[in-house]
Ligand binder design. Structure first.
Ligand SMILES: NC(=O)c1ccc[n+]([C@@H]2O[C@H](COP(=O)([O-])OP(=O)(O)OC[C@H]3O[C@@H](n4cnc5c(N)ncnc54)[C@H](OP(=O)(O)O)[C@@H]3O)[C@@H](O)[C@H]2O)c1
Length: 388
């Protein structure tokens, strides 16, 4: 019998309550729920809740902690304390997992307690356990995908109406609940960077900090950029990418020109998709809901069910001798829109297209990731940059 102490009863916590009560055959029960705000009205009786985390952490009848709060620092304290108290942990907190990855590994080692976090990356898409188990022996060369529903929703709307403006579409997304009132975590690609960290660790055994992920968001996109991509037969998507080049890891979360013939261009709105390139399996694409109460709770539920057979991540790829090192010494083709000074400041090894129209100018050419990241346009709040 799994007796669960649940932290958080917001979107995902309430989703988990629903899916657990609609899932027959899983011998588990939520014994107590810890939340923060004493004045909020709740859909369950008051005695289901506590505001003191120790009521769960010190309860020896609770053997599983499910952490679904929206505060990464508090989550780390709860998760580490729970494991040290001998409890298995399931979490959906990508920011906590990505920023505290090494410490969480050490605590798992020290306590021998499982920590599962399928819901942290790709929502309902079962990516982590697949990378751990199914892609254990296939030689993976890359994992890329649409891992942020908010930006995919905005970019889909901009693509559907080529005259639409970013700020109008963002406002509409906020009104419909597809974007937070503070959208920076999503539109500045932090959320995608956290997921890139988790994927890099499970795909290639490379643990990097989210600050190292090459990251640029979509907030500077204009109709000119959408039209430019379209003139090259592409849509713009925010892609997370972890891939190997001569056993060096590149890890980025960047806007990308995706050809209209590519399946990823047909993944629209809040849907997520992750493509794996394997030496023997070739390309495989997983598509599903990347967020939302029930889809996210379904991944949490799957982790809870896995605890029934004592499942834990073995992190086999982290134990390999030749773990790839993160590198920015890789050349890539990029689209950059900016003014003459900004564009002239970039070291291109080859410029293929230099296009000017209506006071707008863009270049498409080959440059190294290192030169790109150090360039003025990469750090400007006006230019738009995409992998082309
Ligand atoms: N929403 C999604 O679609 C989605 C998808 C994938 C992953 N996630 C991840 O899932 C987690 C939860 O997201 P959410 O959307 O469910 O958040 P949410 O709706 O904002 O709910 C957050 C919950 O956490 C509680 N809380 C905050 N700080 C707490 C603390 N220190 N101690 C106890 N409870 C605390 C809040 O309590 P009160 O009720 O008292 O305010 C609330 O119940 C986050 O890590 C998020 O990144 C979410």
């Amino acid at each position: 019998m799994l007796t669960i102490g649940l932290f958080g009863f917001g979107c995902v916590g309430q989703g988990l309550w629903d899916v657990i009560h609609r899932t027959h055959g899983l011998r588990s029960q939520i014994a107590r729920i810890c939340v923060k705000d004493k004045h909020k009205s709740r859909p369950l009786p008051r005695n289901a809740f506590t505001f003191d985390r120790d009521d769960i952490l010190n309860d020896d009848t609770i053997n599983v902690v499910v952490e679904l709060i929206d505060d990464a620092e508090a989550a780390f304290e709860i998760v580490s304390a729970a494991m040290r108290k001998g409890k298995a942990v399931v979490t959906a907190n990508k920011k906590m997992v990505a920023t505290r990855f090494r410490e969480l590994l050490e605590i798992q080692q020290e306590t021998q307690q499982p920590l599962l976090y399928e819901a942290s990356t790709g929502g309902s898409i079962p990516i982590i356990r697949n990378l751990e188990e199914y892609y254990d022996n296939d030689l993976l060369s890359g994992v890329e995908g649409i891992v942020n529903g908010t930006t995919n929703y905005i970019l889909s709307k901009l693509s559907a109406n080529i005259e639409a403006r970013y700020h109008d579409v963002l406002r509409e997304a906020q009104q419909l609940g597809f974007a937070e009132s503070d959208p920076s975590l999503d539109v500045d690609a932090w959320d995608a960077a956290y997921k890139t960290v988790v994927i890099s660790a499970h795909a290639f055994g490379a643990v990097i900090h989210p600050d190292s992920v090459i990251r640029r968001g979509i907030a500077t996109i204009t109709p000119f950029d959408v039209a430019a991509a379209r003139s090259h037969g592409c849509d713009i998507k925010l892609l997370s990418r972890s891939s190997l080049h001569n056993n060096q890891l590149i890890a980025w979360a960047l806007p990308t020109f995706v050809p209209l013939t590519d399946m990823l261009s047909r993944v629209v709105n809040e849907t997520n998709a992750i493509r794996l390139h394997g030496a023997f399996s070739d390309d495989q694409l997983l598509i599903g809901k990347g967020a939302g109460a029930h889809p996210t709770a379904s991944a949490v539920l799957s982790d809870i069910a896995a605890l029934k057979y004592s499942y834990r991540y073995e992190y086999k790829k982290l134990l390999l001798n030749d773990i790839p090192q993160f590198s920015t010494d890789i050349s890539t083709r990029v689209y950059i829109r900016g003014n003459d000074n900004q564009l002239n400041s970039i070291e291109f090894s080859d410029v293929e297209i230099d296009h000017k129209a209506n006071n707008n100018r863009y270049l498409i050419g080959e440059t190294s990731i290192r030169a790109l990241v150090e360039s003025e346009p990469f750090n400007s709040s006006e230019c738009f940059i995409a992998i082309a």
